[in-house]
Design a binder for this molecule. Structure first.
Ligand code: ZN
Length: 213
């Protein structure tokens, strides 16, 4: 691997990958990048986990320009997080996405770390909302004998909580109030099969939101 004078790898293999990828795109569609240069008009906002095994565009087979993406550890949508809120507002108010998908994944290390009792530092605070979800559903969760199954259920409950966070946000509720169609969906991705499980908690208006409890 080529290195600079300081002995630092200059990631030439990734740059080569990039050139080959761009060439393939142009070979298949000569105007591809030129069209995207002007503006983006994605219909979807993906709120997912940072986990390298859950690449947003690839999973749903969408091209650049088709998916607006926000990722963080354990796919959280905390109502005080300026990063998430900025993404949500831009997606809803400016891009006017039609769908927001909160996408968790089974076997999420962030979800596991939230409840394993070990101290890691700052991330313990970031993961605090998952401990709240665990506490709220502790009777259901503690009744699940198998650790892996309990953990996967917590991944689902975390997604449902984040769907509620998104749907209760003023940016979404103001969009509904002015007649703008935007739905919030909850999915969990399986690392083992590559398939998405729709938790069927889609919220499209205030009535759906009330029903979600
Ligand atoms: Zn994860």
């Amino acid at each position: 691997m080529p290195v600079n004078a300081m002995g630092v790898a200059m990631l030439e293999h990734l740059k080569a990958n990039n050139r080959a990828w761009a060439e393939r795109k142009v070979a298949a569609d000569a105007g591809f990048f030129k069209r995207l240069e002007g503006q983006q008009a994605p219909q979807y906002l993906w709120i997912g986990c940072s986990d390298s095994r859950v690449p947003a565009n690839e999973i749903v087979d969408l091209d650049p320009g088709e998916l607006f993406v926000h990722r963080n550890v354990a796919n959280l949508a905390p109502p005080q997080d300026a990063n998430y809120l900025s993404v949500l507002q831009f997606a809803v108010d400016v891009i006017k996405v039609k769908h927001v998908m909160v996408v968790g994944h089974y076997g999420c290390g962030g979800v596991a770390a939230a409840i394993d009792g070990k101290r890691r530092g700052l991330v313990d605070h970031w993961l605090h909302p998952i401990r709240e979800v665990y506490h709220e559903h502790r009777h259901e969760l503690q009744a699940i004998a198998e650790d892996g199954k309990m953990h996967n259920r917590l991944c689902e409950l975390n997604v449902i909580r984040q769907v509620k966070n998104v749907a209760s946000d003023v940016f979404i509720q103001e969009a509904w109030a002015r007649g703008q169609a935007v739905s919030v969906h909850g999915w969990v991705y399986s690392l083992g099969t590559g398939l998405v499980n729709d938790l069927d908690v889609t919220v499209t208006n205030m009535d759906d939101f009330e029903k979600l409890g």
